[in-house]
Design a protein around this ligand. Structure first.
Ligand code: GRF
Length: 207
């Protein structure tokens, strides 16, 4: 199966996917496109270091949101990708792309949805909010993407304990290492194996 990975920043989740295509659970998966919303994303360096095709599509370079949405959609279609993986991608996906790739777009969010998610909850913010609320566990969620932030069917979640001396940065790193880099490749594996069914906005993993 071919996948397109969308990025905006450092790309450690992209790296986890790349690593798993080499020695791991994604050996039959091909990353046919890395699409970045920003030309400065370090994820682009990771893409070129691994000889992956990449493209920068920034909404600011398009006259309308519709034109940007179509450019994104065409790039993905041209790459032959059957699944779009949002790995630290900071833009809301356009309605046309969401429609054409219905139930074929997943996102990784660094909190246990429905906690600490929605518009503005990206980067360090979910971790700051989790510590401010005093939760005792936090983690990450892989979910399908619809036209609203973080509200599509939940596919996988993994939790870690929050420790009394955690700072947002320390918690963020623990969640990346122990949750995100693990459940995002696993989610791709499940979808590639046809083991996911969605009914009434609930995702079921079938054996
Ligand atoms: C991750 O925490 C991811 O959950 C969130 O954005 C961050 C991206 O990190 N959506 P990276 O670019 O994969 O290193």
């Amino acid at each position: 199966m071919k996948i397109a990975v969308f990025v905006s920043g450092g790309g450690t989740n992209l790296q986890a996917i790349i690593d798993n295509t080499k020695v791991g659970i994604l050996k039959d998966i091909e990353i046919s496109l890395v699409l970045s919303s920003s030309s400065g994303a370090y994820a682009l360096t990771r893409a070129s270091d691994n000889n992956l095709r990449s493209v920068v599509i920034n909404a600011k370079d398009y006259a309308t949101r519709d034109e940007w949405d179509l450019a994104v959609l065409h790039a993905v279609e041209e790459s032959g990708a059957e699944l779009i993986v949002l790995a630290g991608y900071l833009s809301l996906i356009g309605p046309r792309t969401v429609r054409e790739y219905s139930n074929r777009i997943i996102n990784i969010h660094p909190a246990l949805i429905p906690s600490f998610c929605g518009a503005g909850m990206y980067g360090i913010k979910p971790h700051e909010a989790a510590l401010a609320r005093g939760v005792k566990v936090s983690g990450a969620t892989v979910h399908f993407v619809n036209d609203k932030y973080d509200s599509g069917p939940i596919l996988l979640q993994k939790a870690v304990d929050v420790r009394p001396d955690d700072t947002p940065e320390v918690l963020q790193k623990r969640i990346m290492r122990e949750c995100e880099w693990n459940i995002l490749p696993r989610a791709i594996r499940l979808i590639a194996d046809g083991k996911v069914e969605i009914k009434d906005n609930i995702a079921y993993v079938i054996n």
